[in-house]
Design a protein around this ligand. Structure first.
Ligand code: G3P
Length: 223
């Protein structure tokens, strides 16, 4: 399963990409609005760092506006993916842009019916928001299970990009269900690394090793 960073912060992205486990980046208007500088230049920098798919979202709500913005976003870098919202206009724009060879990520997906429409419109990615569904008392991961089944039934090539992931359980469940990608904020990626038994175990290994060095260390060898 691919792992994307859900952030527009250059420093956070640089630090995580350096580890070597990141496949791409997703942004949205809220995330980009937090960062200083021109958003197009920031997206270009992110593409240069990650050298994989980077989603940048249109803010127009009509088809013509989405197409205009989408084509501009696609020109920023070969790695750019155009993100459009799952509205009637967004689905129409997705179909047109996809037919032109521009890769589209359809975002703000909250139902299996919506995911079916995005696949039919040729979306490269569908972004179901699992955390926001959990927030309103609906099991977000159940939606992922439904989309996996529907896409498998018809061999749709649209990749399932689990978004609004808030904790490691979202990521683990996504992997178990066979989702293609999970996109996570840096804080959630940090959580994936952590386990208290790893910390305790490493502390003990190092303490035990220090004791060995006291007995068989450099001075002991010289004597
Ligand atoms: O980028 C879209 C999505 O991941 C947003 O997550 O936590 O704001 O619901 P969140």
């Amino acid at each position: 399963m691919k792992l994307f960073i859900d952030s527009g912060n250059i420093k956070d992205i640089e630090a995580l990409v350096a580890i070597g486990i990141i496949d791409g980046v997703t942004t949205n208007p809220t995330l980009l609005a937090k960062e200083p500088g021109d958003y197009r230049q920031n997206l270009k920098k992110i593409c240069d760092i990650v050298k994989g798919p980077v989603s940048g979202e249109v803010t127009a709500v009509d088809v013509a506006g989405m197409l205009r913005e989408g084509r501009e976003i696609a020109k920023i870098d070969q790695h750019m993916i155009v993100k459009v919202p799952l509205t009637r206009a967004g689905i129409q724009a997705c179909k047109t842009l996809s037919d032109e060879g521009i890769r589209v990520n359809v975002t703000l997906c909250f139902s299996a019916a919506q995911a079916l429409l995005a696949a039919k419109a040729g979306a490269t990615y569908i972004s179901p928001f699992v955390g926001r569904l959990d927030d309103v008392g609906t099991n977000g991961m159940e939606l992922i299970r439904e989309i996996v089944q529907i896409y498998n039934n018809y061999d749709f090539t649209t990749e399932i990009l689990v978004a609004s992931a808030r904790n490691p359980i979202h990521v683990i469940e996504a992997a178990k269900m066979g989702a293609d990608i999970a996109t996570c904020p840096p804080a959630v990626i940090d959580m994936l690394f952590n386990h208290p038994l790893t910390t305790i175990g490493l502390e003990k290994f190092l303490k035990d090793w220090e004791k060995t060095q006291a007995v068989h260390g450099v001075d002991a060898v010289k004597a």
